[in-house]
Design a protein. Structure first.
Length: 260
């Protein structure tokens, strides 16, 4: 299956619900009509729904207001995740009118795990390894904050909560006794999909094949788990690399953020 429309249908049918089917023990998932609301004490909240929300106009505005009011009462920021093919098409406009601000748009790409598993030769001194160690996780998050140019420290608690989860695999790239890149694989249980998340490489270590090597390593792991498809929400920096590897762009995604 390489047709973009067929891949998108498979993604919507199988993998999309993983966005709100949280396995975080501290998270609470509530359903409000066509959307799911994820609240948790230590991280921003999250809202998303099916490709067709089934409501329009004033009813949609009221749905948006209820989510905003819920998190406003908690004094908490949250993200409403949208996809470019969703219905109604004016959801982003209505979110903006309700006080939400769009985050950077990303491209959803899907590739076959078997096509992504070819090993990548790395320069001497660069090594990859999987980890579930707390100290490693803290180093990886610190490295990601430096690579992204913003604090992503909230990921520490999230990843520590996942370190014993067999469906989550954290991979580090190390050189000169430091973590220079990291990424994770999250298998969507009961589906043919796994997500590739969190790929970040320090500026001075880019262009050395590390990003591709981390994809290949996670693809190998995914194949051993019976995963057929790998899904990525890609920035414009990583999208061209992924497309050259054979990933197919199926839609876009944009988070709309509300802050108290």
């Amino acid at each position: 299956m390489t047709d973009a429309a067929a891949l998108l249908r498979a993604y919507d049918d199988q993998a999309r619900s993983a966005e709100w089917a949280s396995r975080d023990p501290e998270a609470t998932v509530d359903r409000d009509g066509p959307v799911y609301r994820v609240s948790r004490p230590a991280r921003p909240g999250f809202v998303a729904g099916a490709p067709d929300l089934g409501i329009t106009g004033q009813k949609l505005d009221e749905l948006i207001a209820r989510q905003r009011d819920f998190f406003a009462a908690r004094g908490q920021q949250f993200e409403w995740k949208t996809w470019g093919h969703d219905i109604p098409a004016d959801l982003p406009e209505r979110l903006t009118r309700a006080g939400f601000e769009p985050d950077d748009r990303e491209t959803v790409l899907i590739g076959r795990a078997e096509e992504m598993a070819a090993p990548v030769h790395l320069e001497d001194g660069i090594t990859l390894r999987e980890t579930r160690d707390e100290a490693d996780i803290r180093k990886a998050v610190a490295s990601s904050s430096e690579a992204f140019g913003k604090d992503v420290g909230f990921l520490t608690d999230y990843l520590l909560g996942k370190k014993d989860d067999p469906d989550t695999v954290i991979v580090l790239a190390e050189a000169q006794d430091r973590v220079v890149s990291s990424a994770r694989l999250e298998v969507v249980k009961g589906t043919e999909f796994a997500g590739l998340w969190g790929g970040s490489t320090l500026q001075e270590w880019r262009g050395k094949g590390i990003y591709r090597a981390l994809i290949a390593r996670r693809a190998e792991t995914a194949l051993r788990r019976g995963v057929k498809y790998l899904q990525v929400d890609a920035t414009e920096d990583s999208r061209p690399i992924l497309e050259r590897l054979g990933f197919v762009a199926v839609t876009t995604t944009t988070g709309y953020v509300w802050k108290p």
